[in-house]
Design a protein around this ligand. Structure first.
Ligand code: OAD
Length: 252
């Protein structure tokens, strides 16, 4: 049974990378980006919402859209896949969790630390001087998808506060990226969950792992360019496959 074979390799691994994308949170109710019809980029234009130029042109449109996403994420809960990742981490201490997601569902399921390559919705900062901004503690009222919300002003320099996510054309956070690259190069097993593997440089991590001879496991109900190149290709949702892998970890 491939799940048992993959779980055995996972159980014997010294160093594991769990690398996740939007599909990881799909079963929690957070939309992905590129799934046809339901993906965010099928409904919204990233050029008007996810670039520095878009924020400069219309800060309230961009801030309102990210506030809508932040409110959505606060309403939902980690799913069985997130919980299975946290359990894998507790079984194999040298597990590095790397995500492209800007939600905090891995953390809320118990994973720690989580390396966010594309930033997080929870940590905005000043677009002028870079000063971090702390949200008021109350859960935001959910703005409608396209509603403009003026961003707060920085307490230090009065420039608009911007979402703490990485936009197209921006570099990944250096520290997080360095950890991710090293972990991918050094791991025995690379578990790639819920990503279309098309956005670089994040998508190069599985290439590093495969080139160094790591066992690569893909979990995705749909096809990607990695289908024929991974050691194990599980064509099913994360909330099904990851608990099954975790279930086998304890051995026969
Ligand atoms: P995508 O939307 O490109 O891909 C999501 C993948 O998840 C697809 O391949 C789906 O088939 C798969 N999927 C859907 N439901 C799933 C489930 N229940 N279990 C497992 N997989 C499932 O999202 P990402 O690959 O994360 O960047 O996209 C990468 C980056 O592109 C994002 O971080 C974001 C976006 O533009 C920024 O915002 C900078």
């Amino acid at each position: 049974m491939p799940e048992r074979d993959a779980a055995e390799l996972l159980r014997d691994a010294k160093r594991v990378v769990v690398f996740t994308g939007a599909g990881m949170s799909a079963e929690s109710g957070v939309p992905t980006f590129r799934d046809a019809l339901t993906g965010l980029w099928a409904r919204f234009d990233p050029r008007t919402l996810a670039t520095p130029a878009a924020f400069a042109a219309d800060p309230a449109l961009v801030w309102g859209w990210y506030e809508w996403r932040r409110a959505e994420v606060q309403r939902v809960h980690p799913n069985a896949g997130h919980r299975a990742v946290a359990t894998i981490e507790s079984h194999i201490p040298d597990t590095v969790v790397i995500t492209q997601n800007v939600d905090d569902l891995h953390e809320r399921a118990g994973s720690s630390p989580v390396h966010h390559l594309h930033g997080t919705l929870a940590h905005p900062y000043c677009s002028g001087c870079g000063e971090p901004y702390t949200f008021p503690p109350e859960i935001p009222e959910e703005p409608e998808e396209g509603r403009r919300v003026a961003p707060p002003s920085c307490a230090e320099c009065a420039a608009p506060v911007r979402p703490g996510v990485v936009w197209f054309g921006e570099s990944l956070p250096e520290g997080q990226w360095g950890i991710a690259e090293r972990a991918a190069q050094d791991c025995d097993v690379f578990l790639c969950v819920g990503t279309s593997s098309v956005v670089y440089p994040a998508a190069s991590l599985i290439e590093h792992a495969a080139a160094r001879g790591a066992v690569t496991i893909q979990v995705n109900p749909n096809s990607t360019s990695w289908d024929d190149r991974v050691s194990f290709d599980f064509r099913a949702p994360a909330g099904v496959v990851l608990p099954a892998l975790r279930g086998c970890l304890a051995g026969p």
